[in-house]
Design a protein around this ligand. Structure first.
Ligand code: GLU
Length: 309
């Protein structure tokens, strides 16, 4: 896809880039620690195919938690919402993404929502197939369709690095297995989840996925319905209520668009009916959101009055 570099966008990237020094690249997954903290890039994809960008938009990054919203769409399509929401809730937590606290204190150990790790692991557990490879390839094919890029794949290095260090995610899984919510063996599930999180693309691809959510599931080029509009609506609602970790409330007030971030520094935005946004800026704030990415979205939202509220 051709994406035009845009001067106004470039100026906003340069302004927002000043914030990267105040952030820190995630290194609890060792391979993510290799990212360059100064990186910042953005692509904006319009329904008519226009695309505007700034920064080094060819740079690839892994989806990490951004994959959670896509795997949710996938299982909602496969299993239907009754099945899915019997096993994972719809409420924001206010806790960090990898917290186990609420699982222990709630009467039923069901994860509060699909955007925290416990809920995302439940969702990945629901992906159907006979083997990890089959389940992963089905999810990957869905993502390739959304991004209109059949070359999208995953980073073996990042997947392996997370697999070797995912002790907390294993604990969440064992807790959910103890309570009868997870029924499979934990190692294959962690294998699948870490590959899902390691799916890799650049911000053009991410903006292309954002536009599909923004357009209620419709592929802007072919006009095909890639996911039912209700699935896109549910996903966008989760993006607003819990897409930006425990800063989702502040993000809704300051920026006001459905968005999902990941600890790699990616942010996917879906401005309803208008455009999809893909951002990569690996320096993170204390909560785990791209620090310069958020500043960039703040500048954009103010200038173009993007808030939906
Ligand atoms: N793979 C990461 C984890 O589970 C994703 C976290 C994130 O991006 O928030 O720890």
């Amino acid at each position: 896809m051709a994406c035009k570099s845009n001067e106004a966008l470039q100026a906003m990237v340069e302004e927002a880039r000043n914030w990267t020094t105040k952030g820190k690249v995630a290194d609890y997954i060792p391979a993510l620690g290799l990212a360059n903290p100064d990186d910042l890039s953005i692509a904006i994809h319009y329904p008519n195919g226009d695309c505007f960008s700034a920064g080094n938009i060819e740079k690839k990054f892994t989806l990490q938690s951004i994959s959670k919203v896509i795997s949710l769409a996938f299982v909602l399509m496969e299993r239907g919402k009754e099945y899915v929401f019997e096993r994972v809730g719809m409420e924001p937590t206010g806790d960090p993404f990898n917290s186990i606290a609420k699982l222990e204190t709630m009467a039923v150990a069901k994860p509060l929502n699909p955007m925290i790790n416990a809920g995302a692991l439940m969702v990945t557990h629901m992906i159907e197939g006979d083997s990890v490879a089959e389940r992963f390839n089905r999810l990957l094919a869905f993502i390739q369709g959304l991004s209109a890029d059949s070359k999208v794949s995953f980073s073996k290095e990042v997947a392996q690095s997370e697999y070797e260090t995912a002790h907390l995610n294993r604990s969440l899984c064992y807790f959910l297995k103890e309570h009868g919510l997870i029924e499979e063996e934990i190692e294959p599930l962690i294998d699948l989840y870490t590959k899902q999180c390691a799916i890799e693309m650049n911000c053009l691809d991410l903006a292309r996925i954002g536009i599909v959510f923004a357009m209620d599931g419709v592929d802007p080029e072919s006009g095909k319905q890639l996911m039912p509009s209700e699935v896109a609506r549910i996903c966008k609602t989760f993006m607003v209520t819990c897409g930006m970790y425990n800063a989702s409330g502040e993000f809704a007030i300051k920026i006001g668009i459905p968005a999902k971030s990941g600890v790699s520094g990616g942010i996917m935005g879906a401005v309803p009916g208008k455009f999809g946004i893909g951002i990569f800026g690996p320096a993170l704030d204390d909560i785990g959101n791209s620090i310069a990415g958020i500043k960039l979205l703040e500048l954009l939202s103010k200038r173009y009055r993007l808030s939906m509220f």
